[in-house]
Design a protein. Structure first.
Length: 157
């Protein structure tokens, strides 16, 4: 799918503006001219500038190309289902990970994604479990990211 640059430019500029508004609430460090809002603010300003440039470019190209051009995959029910499962997985994780926990939630998500990709069920289950454990080890143990345990809290290691 090809979307006109003006659309992405608006999204980018809005994101940059939101970050600029958000960093205004960062605390000031007494005695220093540089605070914690400096670098996020610089990046947000860059996003705004790039967004405006994309909008201008998109408006110039609007005469030659439509706002949206759909690719062939949009006509494929399998590919549309895969996109729906991907987006649904994000919503599912946000909704249930705190209650269910990372390990079961990630395994369910990976199983659903593998099934859309037509991976045989036994192999999909093995891959989902192994990948979930590897991801959990990498983030929870090595990077010390606090992943939710949910129902498995009594068994947390």
């Amino acid at each position: 799918m090809k979307v006109n640059d003006a659309v992405f430019g608006l999204v980018l500029a809005a994101l940059g503006g939101a970050v600029l508004i958000g960093v205004q609430g960062f605390p000031k460090i007494p005695g220093q001219s540089v605070g914690p809002a400096l670098f996020p603010g610089l990046i947000a300003a860059g996003l705004c500038v790039c967004g405006v440039l994309l909008v201008l470019r998109g408006i110039r190209e609007r005469a030659r190309a439509p706002w949206v051009v759909w690719d062939d995959w949009v006509r494929s029910p399998r590919h549309v289902l895969a996109l729906a499962v991907l987006l649904g997985s994000v919503v599912f994780y946000i909704a249930v990970a705190g209650w269910l926990g990372f390990l079961p939630t990630a395994a369910i998500i990976l199983m659903s994604m593998f099934s859309v990709l037509r991976v045989p069920p036994a192999r999909a289950l093995l891959l989902a479990v192994v990948a979930t454990l590897v991801i959990h080890f990498a983030f929870y143990k090595l990077l010390r990211v606090p992943l939710p345990w949910g129902l498995l809290t009594p068994y947390a290691w």
